[in-house]
Design a protein around this ligand. Sequence first.
Ligand code: GUN
Ligand code: ZN
Length: 640
Amino acid sequence: MFEIRYKDGAGRGGVLYVRGRRLQTPCLFPVINPRHQVLSVREIAELGFEGVITNSYIIYRDPELRERALRQGVHKLLGFDGVVMTDSGSFQLYQYGSVEVSPGEIVGFQQEIGSDIGVILDIPTPPDADRERARRELQETLRRAREASQIERRMLLTGTVQGSTHAALREHAAREIAKLGFDVLAIGGVVPLMEEYRFADLVRVILHSRRMLGHARPVHLFGAGHPVVFALAALLGCDLFDSAAYALYARDGRYITAGGTFKLGQLRELPCCCDVCVEHSARELLSLEKEQRERLLAKHNLLACLEEIKRVRQALYEGSLWELVERRARAHPALLEALRVLKGHTSWIEPQEPVTKRSAFFYLGPESLSRPAVARHLTRLSWIELRGRELVLLPEREKPYSRSYRLESSELYHICVVSPVFGVIPLEVEESYPLTQHEGVALPDGEQLAFVRRVVAEYARNFLRVHCHAELEFLGVGEVFDEPSLFRTAGSDELKLRALADYQLGSGAGEALFAGARAERSRRTNRIRRAFVGEELVATLRASDGMVVPTIAGGLRLLRLPYPRCRVVVAQEAREFVRQGKSVFAKFVTDCDPEIRAMQEVVVVDEEDELLATGTALLSSQEMLELERGVAVKTRHRRR
Ligand code: GUN
Ligand code: ZN
């Protein structure tokens, strides 16, 4: 039902198939009040929304609506022929403490009125509830979830994670909910956190829940309808959102933007170019009758939400979601604090982060140093074979550094540029993503200096002798020199190739793939294009991001690495497809190297470890094992 197409951070740009319809995710469902709708459902459909969410409990409790819904179905009732999701009355539970319907009845009712995606009657325990209450209510939510998961289904069904702000309860809830075979997984009980701008707590709740929900199913974040959080929540793997905020805020005369909310009365300008804001001035809007003003404001608010969702999807496609999140974090200190919470969760996020992207890494402030791409770089540095060389540290110059300095690493010297974004960048790998494709600032800030000191000191420990350029004397490592040309010796292509393979594919990959290799360089740019061992082409180097792309001969050499290194294993039934050059679908993947990241080059083998093809993983190792739909590996070379 769910397919992942693009990835960034732990976020996914995907497709959810709902009863013959396709929804692009992340996706926003405007909340429709079946009794009173400020903005007509037709207008909402015309704005381009493919799905809406409404409350089945309101319909159930209103004799007239109920009768019509049962007779015509919920789509006709609302006048919407896209995807209709229905909530269960849980929100009324949170507001009024009780509802007059049984958990089984309301799920059955959602199904009877033809909902596309229904929701169980979970109990939304508010934040900071004492542990005993949170535990007790969670037990009840889980009991209802188990019961609901048993019914025969004609709609997709959503199971909700509760547990208030207690980490252990959230984790337990998510593990249990994930086991029950729901089609959509949801994180609930966060509306008060949104309302009170407690975004750091919101992020903690999302993380504690999300980590245990796996990768195969879409995740709905209930009640997070303000665009300031879309990018951040999407980065953490939330795929579906609902917004009542557009209408609630309009009622209060509040004007939503992705950079924050304004009181209409305080605006001299309408900083937006939607129809509403082009056709009216702030003063005109204020002078309108209440109902008219509310309608126009709701329309603008909803468009502001839609615009941000589209921006998030585009960022997922091009790989700039971290940058978007960091920009949004500047809207309010509470969002900045939320961003900083991510720092402690790299071990969960990093495996989901692709190894190469369409867009460059932009340093946008100290928080950028906590991105998983930086932590990953430091890990991968330790995979490069150093072979007892001496370390040479140089200050940053124009990229490519080896050209600026006219230097190459050699058998004698391991030459690195000190980078205020990545710490140290060995010349051998400088053209590998994200190192070439990054933009920093010429005047490093205090955090960067502290970071560089720490990384350099640690890295220098691997060497018996360290040479440090005079401009970097402040680092206090090694013997100081002035003249970089001192270290000009004949470079070695084999060494460079081996370092690249180690860095990208793990330690030992260089030896396996490139022992005895020679390089062919581009005549125009002098960059390495192809690598041969003897007469055999074993790999090409992709110009755009420096990725080592193994051929079949190269793939065979990589199989010298112990199982399951670099491998994606496919079921016997998929062998022939792969040998014909077709993509590897996730449902046929039976095993793989746990270190595989999305966009990494991999070797596809059958269950006897016979090579079938080489290609690019589009998913992380965990995703390929869990997902049942979509492409896991796009094959490039097949074995003939
Ligand atoms: N709407 C807002 N919060 C919640 C929640 O926790 N559960 C459900 N089912 N709906 C919600
Ligand atoms: Zn507008």
